[in-house]
Design a binder for this molecule. Structure first.
Ligand code: HEC
Ligand code: HEC
Ligand code: HEC
Ligand code: HEC
Length: 449
């Protein structure tokens, strides 16, 4: 009895003071759920505002969000069980989507309907226990977690009756976000690279971090008992699921090459598009499923509508950036247990429109939305931060067109998931909602020869 007590007395302090330095795959099952505080404990009486904000951000829903549930349980798990090369994702998805479950070894976690602790997704304590990351490049959940009495944040030495606080400058840096927002597939492809895109772009050079755009600061308090400060970091994290964040990301103008056009002769319209808003590429992150396309239409004096198709530029992989009715996503046949799966429509947007995307290719070179099954990319035709792209539309003006004013409208549309994929997998409609990023119209006169 005494001996057990003595051993316990020796072990307890040692355990409490041992700093964990494992991260990523190595951190699987090293903790227990009890090591992580529940978000409602942080939020019920102290951090009430941040708790309400957290509830509304996507990171509180990484595990419960319906599309995540479908992709994980219908595609990723069965795929991992059938294809040894991707076996690691059965547990690995949770490293970012349900980190406390991963670090507690609750794998795979029960489905969201079981209402287990996996549903906490990326909780307060997951982020505020991070003490560092392994190596030089943040990716594949290589953050180092030390849950416990100390909470790490952007300020040190603040008074809290509930826990100690310690400053960790990493939390104010893009690298912190990169631990989950960069992802390398089992085939070595960078299937998420939001932090890497930021790093090679202009904002990193100017010291603008992810937090500046996604956690804006405003005067207030950060907890019920906290002191008033001028610059409290808000936990908003607006992203692709906030139409307002996406709208206006790219500005565009369309102009004609001549003020008067003639039936039976070609006319050319030029669209210039400028990415004024993102600190990374647009689209970024889950780029395997983001649709961003430019649609141009002309309307004559009688109201007849003509669809203009984009001019080809001739770069490698361009066929993936022109909307077509080809089939794709055949690799879903493996998890869905369909032999010789023909695939489903690739784009679901008007044929001939320009799509700004980075097509993900499976090991057989077919386009995929299973980012874990990605071996290469066909081309990267997305907008870099502050990049401007130009598209032209050369159009043979139809003989039967009405004379008089012709209005040409260019619209840049955005969708989180291609409609054919959403419909096929039964993903809720709002994931395929079409958002108008921006539009502009110009007009010319149609005159007789
Ligand atoms: C200059 C402002 C700015 C900076 C800096 C910035 N972002 Fe963004 N971010 C945006 C805007 C605007 C959008 C909305 C357009 C879009 O979806 O890309 C966005 C979208 C996102 C999205 C949603 C993408 C999607 O398709 O789901 C994520 C995730 C994101 N940002 C993470 C980050 C991370 C991580 C960093 C730092 C490495 C960062 N952002 C830096 C402005 C910024
Ligand atoms: C995705 C990671 C993440 C989650 C989840 C998260 N936080 Fe934070 N939090 C941060 C980061 C990053 C900062 C520092 C921002 C900066 O330096 O610009 C921060 C700052 C704070 C601060 C200090 C704010 C200030 O400006 O003084 C408090 C308090 C805080 N968080 C509490 C919470 C609580 C409570 C929750 C859950 C309801 C939570 N956080 C969820 C990442 C997170
Ligand atoms: C522990 C992993 C983790 C960390 C750390 C993390 N994120 Fe996330 N983040 C995620 C996951 C997973 C999602 C996807 C949510 C979902 O399933 O739709 C996400 C979603 C987002 C979104 C919403 C995208 C959308 O579709 O609307 C934004 C914005 C975002 N994160 C920004 C950040 C920023 C900025 C930081 C750093 C301050 C950060 N994240 C740190 C894992 C993380
Ligand atoms: C390295 C961290 C990481 C891993 C591992 C990871 N994810 Fe994610 N996942 C993210 C982040 C970050 C986002 C948000 C990206 C964005 O919005 O730009 C995300 C977004 C998603 C989304 C939402 C896409 C949308 O339309 O908003 C789904 C679904 C998803 N992941 C499923 C999975 C599955 C299934 C796995 C395992 C095969 C997995 N993830 C592995 C970090 C990760």
């Amino acid at each position: 009895m005494y001996r057990i007590l003595i051993i316990l007395l020796i072990l307890i302090p040692v355990k409490a003071h041992t700093q964990n330095n494992k991260s990523g795959e190595d951190a699987k099952g090293i903790f227990k759920y009890e090591n992580f505080q529940k978000p409602d404990e942080c939020g019920s009486s102290c951090h009430t505002d941040f708790y309400s904000q957290w509830k509304q951000m996507m990171m509180s829903q990484c595990y419960t969000h319906e599309w995540d549930e479908i992709e994980y349980f219908k595609l990723a798990i069965p795929h991992a069980e059938k294809e040894p090369r991707v076996a690691g994702v059965k547990d690995g998805c949770n490293g970012c989507h349900a980190p406390a479950s991963f670090m507690s070894g609750d794998l795979p976690p029960p489905k969201p309907e079981a209402n287990s602790r996996a549903n906490e997704s990326v909780s307060c304590d997951v982020c505020h226990s991070v003490t560092g990351f392994t190596g030089d490049t943040p990716y594949n959940f290589n953050f180092i977690s030390n849950p416990g009495a100390v909470k790490y944040g952007n300020r040190g030495g603040t008074e809290s009756p509930a826990h100690e606080t310690r400053k960790n400058p990493l939390l104010s840096k893009a690298e912190f976000c990169g631990t989950c927002h960069n992802e390398k597939s089992p085939f070595g492809a960078w299937v998420k690279a939001t932090h890497l895109e930021w790093k090679e772009g202009p904002y990193s050079k100017e010291g603008v971090q992810c937090q500046n755009c996604h956690m804006p600061r405003t005067p207030g308090i950060s907890s019920a008992m906290g002191v008033h400060r001028e610059d409290i970091a808000q936990h908003l994290f607006h992203g692709a699921h906030d139409p307002g964040k996406v709208r206006g990301t790219v500005e565009l103008r369309v102009h004609p090459d001549m003020q008067e056009i003639v039936p039976g002769e070609p006319a050319k319209f030029t669209v210039v598009l400028f990415n004024q808003k993102t600190g990374h590429k647009f689209p970024t992150g889950s780029a395997e499923e983001r649709m961003l396309w430019l649609h141009v239409e002309a309307k004559d004096a009688k109201g007849n509508i003509y669809h203009l198709k984009v001019d080809l530029k001739g770069f490698k992989g361009e066929e993936f950036t022109i909307a077509s009715d080809t089939l794709a996503y055949q690799d879903m046949g493996v998890p869905l247990a369909i032999n010789n799966f023909k695939g489903i429509r690739r784009d679901g947007v008007p044929l001939g429109d320009r799509i700004f995307r980075m097509p993900y290719l499976d090991p057989q070179g077919r386009m995929t939305i299973q980012q874990w099954n990605t071996a290469s990319f066909a081309v990267d035709y997305r907008f870099g931060p502050r990049e401007t792209k130009t598209e032209t539309f050369t159009w043979l003006v139809p003989d039967e067109i009405e004379l008089g004013k012709l209005t040409v409208r260019a619209v840049l549309n955005y969708q989180k998931l291609p409609t054919p994929v959403a419909e096929y997998l039964g993903v809720p409609n709002e994931e395929a909602e079409i958002i108008e990023v921006n539009s502009h119209s110009t007009s010319v006169e149609v005159v007789e020869d």
